[in-house]
Design a protein around this ligand. Structure first.
Ligand SMILES: Nc1ncnc2c1ncn2[C@@H]1O[C@H](COP(=O)(O)OP(=O)(O)OP(=O)(O)O)[C@@H](O)[C@H]1O
Ligand SMILES: [Mg+2]
Length: 471
């Protein structure tokens, strides 16, 4: 009797609830569609990765949530239709929170008794690993870039190049301000290589990469016995002697450490931790910050006095969305870079792709564009041009293009093209919802109340029509 009790199968319903909890706890994104292409499972990690709310995706046809240009399919639908698995596709993109995400995806059809009943996409987040690899590579390579390699003919970028070249003639500190991926590192390395210190070392340290105490001993070095097990070791300041020390993400340093850095800059001397002797240094300091210094000061992530000391020369590297005229040249540049690496002969991007690029606002800036080209070239077959189907899924998300196309009063004028019914309906819906939102000062709860629909439903529609508020 006891044996039967032990072997008793658990209640399937309960098992289901257990599976559900596990699925939501694991570190891989899981997205399942059924045979009709409707999402039936979208776990928590996937909502984080794709920056989508679960209620906007769950139980909805995939094609309602993501837009796939004519004749194209998602990897999930492809797996469903072909019964074949697609493994190890690498995808790098930027989510709504401006975070760079890299995933390795596997898409597999799901079978029940030999019949395809759906498909699953499993996305493994390798963002942290990629970042570590990148940081590591950078330190070993020293300064590779020169001004000649900075692509872009826009006035915005040319002005920064001109100021950076002027800065290269001196040994003053430089503060480089710019969003992630905008090209700060490129400028810093170019300054070093154009300066009289080019023959000296270029040492780079990301201040956000390690905890404060470690950064401190790394920068200033340690004297033997400074703390248990400490060895006599020069810090990065000393290692950069005669060259340039690049401190990236300076706003990640604690306030006391920033004060210590300021002292080193002013006195041109440093003292190893635990030492009694000051050592004079001849090092040019270049620092970078990926937010507006005024905000960083206001929110106490940057000391004002350090800012004034560092920012003798301040270079603002403009985000890509403020110099979109550089996009075509950059696209050409990156295709030219990957063609020999991948042994391909890609000639360019389709018109449709270029117009998507010109509309996108590039939260990850040039790095994002570079990844998009690299990713697309990985997905290409015999084609010679990058097509919309080679772009990552977030580019396929419905954009407010319809709204822009719609005349203000939405009535049809003589000679005007008649839109397909579905598009016209969507255009009307978008315009009406936008008006309702505007009338409520952007308050979604209030607008939903007046429209007599649920808040969730309004949010879903706004997203679907590309009207959702950006972060
Ligand atoms: N103007 C440009 N021309 C050519 N390549 C560029 C340009 N700007 C950026 N890149 C490329 O984009 C990538 C990101 O640039 P970079 O590392 O300089 O950005 P960053 O501002 O330092 O970003 P983060 O804040 O994330 O460190 C690099 O691979 C770089 O080669
Ligand atoms: Mg950088």
């Amino acid at each position: 009797m006891a044996m039967t009790a032990l072997n008793k199968q658990p209640d399937p319903e309960r098992m289901l609830r257990i599976y559900e909890q596990i699925i939501n706890e694991i570190g891989e994104g899981v997205h399942v569609i059924d045979a009709s292409g409707t999402t039936i499972l979208y776990n928590r990690k996937m909502t984080e990765l794709e920056a989508m709310a679960s209620q906007d995706v769950l139980y909805k046809p995939l094609t309602d949530v993501f837009e796939f240009p004519h004749g194209q399919q998602s990897t999930l639908i492809t797996a469903l239709a072909s019964g074949k698995s697609i493994r190890n596709t690498r995808q790098t993109y930027f989510n709504d929170k401006r975070q760079e995400i890299t995933t390795i995806n596997h898409t597999l059809p799901l079978f029940d008794n030999g019949t395809i009943i759906g498909a699953v996409e499993i996305a493994n987040d390798v963002t942290k690993m990629e970042r570590l690899l990148r940081e590591n590579m950078r330190e070993k390579n020293g300064a590779r870039f020169t001004f000649g390699q900075i692509v872009g003919s826009s006035t915005a970028i040319q002005e920064v190049i001109a100021s950076a070249k002027r800065a290269a003639r001196t040994s003053s500190s430089v503060l480089v301000v710019g969003e992630t991926g905008a090209g700060k590192e490129l400028f810093v390395q170019s300054i070093h290589n154009a300066s009289q210190r080019a023959a000296g070392p270029f040492i780079s340290q990301n201040c956000a990469a390690l905890p404060d105490t470690l950064i401190e001993s790394l920068l200033f070095g340690t004297a033997r016995g400074a703390f248990t097990g400490a060895m006599e070791r020069p810090g990065l300041f000393e290692q950069a002697e005669g060259g340039t020390l690049f401190l990236d993400e300076i706003n990640a340093l604690s306030m006391p450490l920033q004060a210590k850095l300021l002292r080193a800059l002013q006195e041109k001397t440093i003292r190893r931790i635990g030492d009694t002797k000051d050592r004079s240094i001849d090092v040019r300091i270049v620092a970078a910050i990926n937010e507006d210094p005024v905000d960083a000061i206001a929110q106490q992530r940057l000391r004002k006095d350090l800012y004034y000391r560092l920012g003798v020369v301040t270079l603002f590297v403009p985000p890509l969305r403020e110099r979109k005229e550089d996009i075509p040249t950059l696209v050409e540049h990156f295709i030219g870079k990957y063609n020999p690496l991948f042994q391909m002969e890609v000639t360019g991007v389709a018109q449709q792709v270029m117009s998507v690029f010109m509309q996108h606002d590039w939260p990850g800036n040039v790095r994002e564009l570079q990844h998009v080209i690299e990713g697309a070239m990985n997905l290409m077959g015999q084609e010679t041009m990058i097509l919309p189907e080679h772009l990552p899924p977030h580019f396929l998300r419905r954009e407010p293009a319809i709204v822009q196309r719609m005349p203000k009063d939405s009535s049809l004028h003589p000679g005007e093209a008649i839109l397909p019914w579905k598009e016209a309906q969507e255009a009307f819906e978008a315009q009406y919802l936008q008006q309702a939102l505007d009338a409520c000062g952007g308050n979604i709860t209030q607008a939903a109340h007046k429209l007599q629909i649920s808040r969730q439903s309004l949010q879903y529609r706004l997203r679907k029509l590309g009207l959702q508020k950006r972060l």
